[in-house]
Design a protein around this ligand. Structure first.
Ligand SMILES: [Zn+2]
Length: 430
């Protein structure tokens, strides 16, 4: 009996009416403006009810939190996470239960590092996003893409060279743990995208060109055909959402943009004219710095992978210049795989080599949130990513001066004094 009572108490926070908080005496980075504003923030029912430079008297029942003149920022957002791609290669193809158990650790690390929202760029079943939303699994809010669509022989075709084709020879198009799906032809692209959406994907991910970690597709290969891309885009846009696509080269990116893809992942080898074209079409280039600089150290990486890695890595600084020159929306994303997720906060300092700390913080908050909102009504959570009245209360209180020295974010255990997700306190260490 006692155990039952304890359990009920343990689960109360997610069931009870949301608590109100008055966070006093903070300097606010609102997600957009580079200057801090001294003020006070009232949180009610999970949203930011009021932001004021004047002191407020706390409403009845509200808990007062003294921010101690710390910097208050929106919760961080990572646009390219793979929760289910961290099983070590020495374990081979693990059962779904193992993949899920590891994904739980990854989700925990992201939230504890200040990431209140992630977009899963493929592999994670949307039911894990729902389990987190229900408060059963600890982690950030997840916008899942479901199983990644790849053509046969494409960047998502991880089979051993002599392995049977999963649909032609063994009956299911899904790769192990449903992380990807091999599709060829318009009908299969429609079916796979629609199945992902049925499962709860908030956007669709396709492999739109050659990749580094797959052994059989050249980086310069074009994947899939224009009609197949249009099919995935049609299924997504009929559901009110969009397609993001893995691609490196100008030719691949042009084909994807021409056929309706709204967000390019990586893009390291595009030229100036393609960057201009991307900007003209209001397409996002979500790129990552750390993973490309660390991938060579991944256990199990092959010679072929390394050769391809060197080709794309050579384009990285040029891409950063093009993103800056053409003012392309990029957001903040990491794409860490193979157990490298503890490096997530290094992305902040790596980016600060090219952008100001305020620009990096805007990428990780308001700019990424704009990209997430391309999911339209598939976003069930309202607006977040900025400190604004009426927006979701995803908030961080930071020890130190992140706008002067962003490296304080490298140590979230010590320097995140408060983590609040949708008005719920995840961590308080004031
Ligand atoms: Zn990825």
């Amino acid at each position: 009996m006692k155990n039952i009572v304890l359990l009920a108490v343990t689960f109360l926070p997610s069931l009870a009416l949301a608590q109100s908080y008055l966070i006093e005496n903070v300097r606010i980075f609102n997600g957009v403006d580079p200057e801090l504003t001294a003020g006070h923030v009232l949180v009610e029912d999970g949203v930011i009810a009021s932001v004021s430079e004047e002191a407020m008297s706390p409403p009845e029942g509200a808990t007062v939190i003294d921010g101690g003149n710390r910097v208050l920022t929106p919760g961080f957002i990572d646009l390219h996470v793979h929760l289910t791609s961290h099983t070590p290669s020495k374990l081979g193809d693990s059962h779904t239960t193992v993949v899920g158990a590891i994904a739980n650790d990854v989700a925990r690390h992201f939230l504890d590092s200040g990431f209140t929202t992630i977009r899963d760029a493929g592999g994670t079943h949307p039911s894990l996003a729902r389990a987190i939303e229900a408060g059963v699994v600890y982690g950030p809010r997840v916008f899942p893409s479901g199983a990644i669509l790849s053509q046969t022989g494409g960047h998502g075709d991880w089979r051993h060279p002599s392995a049977p084709h999963p649909m032609l020879e063994s009956g299911s198009p899904y790769t192990p743990s449903d992380t990807g799906v091999l599709v060829d032809g318009v009908d299969q692209h429609l079916a796979a995208a629609r199945e992902n959406l049925r499962r709860g994907a908030t956007q669709i991910k396709i492999m739109g060109g050659g990749g580094v970690m797959s052994d059989y597709d050249p980086i310069d290969s074009l994947q899939p055909s224009p009609a197949e891309i249009r099919a995935a885009v049609q299924a997504a846009s009929d559901w009110g959402t969009y397609v993001l696509a893995h691609a490196y080269t100008s030719e691949a990116v042009r084909r994807l943009v021409d056929n309706g893809v709204r967000c390019i992942e990586h893009g390291l080898l595009i030229d100036d004219a393609t960057a201009r074209y991307v900007k003209q079409n209001d397409v996002v280039i979500s790129t990552q710095l750390v993973i490309f600089r660390e991938l060579a150290n991944l256990p199990g990486i092959t010679e072929t992978n390394l050769e391809k890695l060197n080709v794309v890595l050579a384009g990285q600084e040029n891409l950063i210049e093009l993103i800056k020159k053409h003012d392309i929306t990029t957001g903040f994303s990491t794409d860490l795989i193979g157990g490298m997720y503890p490096m997530v906060t290094r992305e902040f300092t790596e980016r600060a080599m090219y952008w100001t700390p305020a620009e990096v913080l805007a990428q990780a908050t308001s700019e990424s949130a704009k990209v997430i909102r391309m999911a339209g009504k598939r976003n069930r959570f309202g607006n977040f990513g900025e400190i604004r009245e009426g927006w979701v209360a995803d908030l961080l209180l930071i020890n130190g001066e992140p706008l002067e020295d962003i490296s304080v974010l490298r140590n979230p255990d010590r320097n995140l004094a408060l983590i609040m997700k949708a008005g719920e306190i995840i961590k308080q260490q004031l």
